[in-house]
Design a protein around this ligand. Structure first.
Ligand code: GDP
Ligand code: GDP
Length: 436
């Protein structure tokens, strides 16, 4: 089930990014260790009670060259295209402004639920300020204070009530859903054409049942596949579709819906920041990952070139040490057919289940080989491990005192698990819990 998407829309300075940050909370993210990324974070996972969702701050999509009205129009359109629920944010202290009315007018066109939130209501005495906003015709306004964190609970309850029901899971379980992610011109569309050009049982392009995504279904060797969001790769129609932030957003949405993500690089251009950002996101989302170096035909090479490139990729994508790397050419078709074999393989690994007895043997051997860390006379004791989930494979290790588990020891255990079972192409999660 792909997570519902919530977008925040509103004119500048009403507090969109403040609310976004409140909702997202303190999420530590590998992607954001990259300098300059935190500031312009506009898309994140979040949760409220039992609901998980993704949230977009449309104000962060940079449309600076456009006139004001055009900017908010586009931001509202992005929200209407991408979100399941829209939060329309206004500033209670300013009363209703013409700009708010302009945003409202655009949002009237959508069939998606719009929830009106009035920000900067910092104390109960200010509550009466929300009444003015009934005139926007968006129903009941929810008072909020982004600075003080007030009112968020009620707002999120209302948001969650409007999430689509879970009954629209799009494809049967045996279908492998994958996406090709990468900067413009790396060859994503060419690769898709190259897959589809082989013996195939075609191909229907269906407008996704949810959220207007365009997916391509096909079958190869009796295995059904869906290529997620191939529309995102085509010619851009709307103005905002050419902005970098939007293309990242689109990629993140496609990743979210995929089992396997093909991170496509261009052999001619090497690795760029945006590649890392997007690959980092796929890793965090727990997807199976394959790194594809396309346009391998286009560069001059000798017997060392592949090793050199492999080393470079490993250096840049330290967190993706488990992802296989393939060197292909969409144009000549070289090795393109073997991409699907690898897709099948990493998809199997992503769903692999290990029996507890076997897993515990591996953990015991690991502990015997490299004793668990200790601190001030207390030693970490590992009692029992079990796999609690697939996609990605997730293990819980029960211990005496979870604080004694260090990152490096966790890493060591993960590596032992990887050496014992085939988890190529999939991230693993290890959770340490106190035995109660
Ligand atoms: P955005 O342009 O809509 O993303 O707005 P920001 O989140 O950047 O906020 C604009 C300004 O309003 C900042 O100076 C915030 O500190 C301030 N602000 C945000 N939320 C509140 C609030 O609940 N109360 C008050 N008094 N100020 C707020
Ligand atoms: P996308 O924007 O990632 O979908 O990239 P396209 O598939 O549209 O390809 C961009 C350009 O790169 C086109 O001119 C393609 O012909 C070219 N291209 C794609 N794959 C290859 C390849 O394997 N080798 C070479 N030499 N050119 C390629």
């Amino acid at each position: 089930m792909s997570k519902p998407v919530v977008a925040i829309v509103g004119r500048p300075n009403v507090g969109k990014s403040t609310i976004f940050n409140r909702v997202v909370g303190e999420r530590v993210s590998i992607v954001e260790d990259i300098p300059g990324v935190t500031r312009d974070r506009i898309y994140s996972s979040a949760d409220w009670l039992t609901h998980e969702f993704n949230i977009i701050d449309t104000g962060g999509i940079d449309l600076r060259d456009e006139p004001f009205l055009e900017q908010i129009r586009q931001q509202a359109e992005i929200a209407m295209d991408e979100a399941d629920v829209i939060i329309f944010l206004v500033n209670g202290r300013d009363g209703v402004t013409t700009q708010d009315e302009q945003v409202a007018k655009i949002l009237y066109r959508t069939k998606k639920p719009v929830i009106l939130a009035v920000n900067k209501i910092d104390n109960p005495d200010m509550r009466h300020m929300i009444y003015d906003f009934y005139t926007l015709g968006m129903g009941e306004p929810y008072p909020l204070s982004g600075s003080h964190g007030l009112g968020l609970g009620d707002l999120l309850d209302e948001v969650a009530k409007n999430f689509p029901k879970d009954d629209d899971e799009e494809y049967p379980d045996d279908v492998i859903k994958f996406s090709l992610i990468g900067r413009p011109n790396v060859g994503k569309s060419s690769l898709v054409n190259s897959f589809l050009g082989e013996e195939r049982v075609i191909v229907s392009e269906v407008a996704g049942t949810t959220r207007d995504a365009i997916d391509t279904q096909y079958e190869y060797n009796e295995q059904p596949y869906v290529i997620i969001d191939t529309a995102g790769m085509r010619k851009k129609g709307k103005v905002y579709e050419t902005t970098e932030k939007y293309s990242v957003l689109r990629a993140l949405r496609a990743i979210e819906r995929s089992d396997v993500v093909l991170v496509v690089l261009n052999a001619e251009e090497g690795i760029q920041e945006q590649d890392k950002k997007i690959a980092g996101y796929a890793h965090e989302a727990g997807k199976a990952i394959i790194i594809i170096v396309n346009k391998w035909d286009a560069i001059e090479k000798d017997e060392k070139t592949m090793n050199v490139m492999t080393r470079k990729i490993r250096e840049h994508f330290l967190f993706l040490d488990y992802a296989p790397i393939m060197f292909v050419s969409a144009i000549s078709g070289k090795r393109v057919h073997s991409i699907l074999e690898i897709v099948n393989k990493v998809n199997d690994n992503h769903s692999r289940r290990i029996q507890s007895s076997t897993l515990n043997e591996v953990i015991e051997d690991a502990v015997a080989m490299n004793p668990a860390p200790s601190d001030k006379g207390r030693r970490l004791r590992l009692y029992y491990a079990t796999q609690v989930a697939i996609k990605p494979p997730t293990f819980v290790v029960f211990v005496n005192e979870p604080d004694l588990m260090h990152f490096s020891y966790e890493r060591f255990l993960q590596n032992r698990i990887r050496e014992s079972f085939d988890f190529e192409g999939t991230p693993l999660r290890l959770i340490t819990r106190a035995r109660t």
